[in-house]
Design a protein around this ligand. Structure first.
Ligand code: FES
Length: 314
């Protein structure tokens, strides 16, 4: 997979229920797009910032990429700007695709998408259907009237695997939809933080192994504040003090050390850095619990230190 910037053309825009906009992107000259696997996302440049969007189309289709973008006034403005300005014929700069949410081989896969969290699940459902795999897709929305992608779901090769759940009627998702734990069963969850936390906690309580519960956060409330500590950048030999209200990225920038960031919410992994000494205080949603316990890497945009000093491989 490439991470070089690509210039792509918006070939279609469709406004769907639930404040969701579907965009399709294609190469301006009609060339095949880079290969993708289900669960991948791309980064789109919006002004001087980058936002991550999952690819929702059939991964086997290299003629176009499909995105679902929720207009979220509570977000940092990227989705609102795209909703206001995106038009067919315009070009956008993207990087990726990258995939931190890939399918694993399983006897049975259960996909749970809440709201806009359905987008990576659509790509997964395409891939699982193409494999002839055993799977269920649960799509949860507030109401039937705020449910996007209904046409697509009705015509999809995985229509028979799909269950719709609306919060305001009898179809509302209950924990009975979770499969029984089994060595070959894997669960995938994407959606609002509360929806994810509820399902993850319930699946763990049922006895599903944590590494069989796959998750992708779209955005996260992340508290970057805490006690001050020191960070040494080993390559440069520079040591900075990270203040109570700032991130490691911000403190390093003051000393002239630039760290690549994209989401700045601990979900994309762009700022992941090796830890040489010290104990991180992980605040991100990117690393797995096992990786956090290992303490050999950390996300500098949001995580802090439990020790008085960290030494980083930068
Ligand atoms: S910039 Fe995305 S995890 Fe830090």
């Amino acid at each position: 997979m490439t991470s070089n910037p690509l210039t792509l053309t918006i070939t279609a825009r469709q406004d769907a229920p639930g404040d969701i906009m579907c965009l399709t992107l294609a190469d301006p000259d009609g060339a095949p797009l880079p290969p993708v696997t289900a669960g991948a996302h791309i980064d789109i440049a919006i002004g001087d910032q980058w936002r991550q969007y999952s690819l929702a189309g059939d991964p086997a289709d290299r003629s176009q990429w499909t995105l679902g973008i929720l207009k979220d006034p509570e977000s940092r403005g990227g989705s609102t700007a795209l909703h206001a300005g995106a038009r067919p014929g315009q070009t956008v700069t993207v990087t990726g695709p990258r995939n931190h949410f890939a399918l694993v081989e399983a006897d049975r896969s259960c996909l749970f998408g809440g709201g806009i969290g359905i987008t990576p699940m659509l790509a997964m459902a395409h891939e699982l259907a193409a494999r002839g795999a055993a799977f269920d897709l649960h799509y949860c929305t507030r109401s039937a009237g705020r449910t996007a992608f209904l046409d697509l779901l009705g015509a999809a090769p995985f229509a028979g695997h799909t269950r719709l759940h609306h919060d305001d009627d009898a179809t509302k998702l209950t924990l009975a939809a979770l499969p029984a734990p089994a060595p070959g069963t894997h669960i995938y969850i994407c959606g609002p933080e509360g929806f994810m936390d509820w399902l993850i906690a319930a699946a763990e309580a049922m006895g599903h192994a944590p590494d069989h519960i796959h998750r992708e956060y779209f955005s996260a409330e992340v508290d970057v504040t805490g006690e001050t500590f020191e960070v040494e950048a080993r390559e440069t030999g520079i040591t900075v003090t990270v203040g109570a209200e700032e991130s490691i990225v911000t403190a390093l920038a003051r000393a002239g050390i630039s760290v690549d960031v994209k989401c700045e919410e601990g979900i994309c992994g762009t700022c992941l850095t090796d830890v040489l000494e010290g104990l991180p205080d992980h605040r991100d949603h990117f690393l797995t619990d096992e990786e956090k316990e290992d303490n050999s890497e950390m996300c500098l945009c949001c995580s802090r230190a439990k020790s008085a000093k960290l030494v980083l491989d930068i």
